[in-house]
Design a protein around this ligand. Sequence first.
Ligand SMILES: C[S@@+](CC[C@H](N)C(=O)[O-])C[C@H]1O[C@@H](n2cnc3c(N)ncnc32)[C@H](O)[C@@H]1O
Length: 219
Amino acid sequence: MLERLTDPRFKAISQPSAQAVALTTQILEREPAPVIAEIGIGIGATSMALCSLLDHRGEAWFFDFEDRVTELAADLAAAGYTNIRTFGNSRATHDSYGWTLAMLLRRRRASGPAALFDFIYLDGAHVWHHDALATVCAKALLKPGGFLLMDDYDWTIAVSPTMRPSVNPTIRQHYTEEQIELSHVEMICSLLLDDDPHFERVPLGYRGREHRRAYRRLY
Ligand SMILES: C[S@@+](CC[C@H](N)C(=O)[O-])C[C@H]1O[C@@H](n2cnc3c(N)ncnc32)[C@H](O)[C@@H]1O
């Protein structure tokens, strides 16, 4: 998988998320062995950067489709990383990392406190039906003091080069006009995070359009 990082066809997802790197760097200043999660790995640009930053400390957990995390696990093992765990889901229409996280949360609650992660980077499908559930679980799995980074705050199906109706007319069978026009991640942030007293916003330095939004769990 990591060989695609230099393939021009994957240019759009070939660079690590600067904000994920910055927040993990902050975490490492106070937690020598953090547990971090990337939900949605793409071709591993941020995954690789996070492993490099951890430098064999703590653990990095990766969530995506089974075939993708299997490839990433092999590449990271070949690069010498042993502190990684991968969680794959099927390609069934209604399956996703949201379900995987729900099962993880259920197992953790059955055996003690749920909080596990110092940092969670949620960068998957960016659609309400997968990501609202994933966010509910991520909030519960985040340790007090931990960071949650929400990607594609400004993304809509209407602007997607591959999903917008002019390119992919069948999208209208799956989403309403409203769901095509509105940002699902913005909906999730405003309904599940912005007003939650357990969370505070972490400024990321955007002056204009916000592409990502970050939160710290307070307690
Ligand atoms: C934009 S990419 C992630 C990029 C990556 N975080 C990075 O910084 O390089 C989105 C990822 O979400 C995954 N994804 C989308 N829908 C999914 C689903 N239903 N189940 C599992 N993974 C999904 C895709 O396979 C893809 O790897």
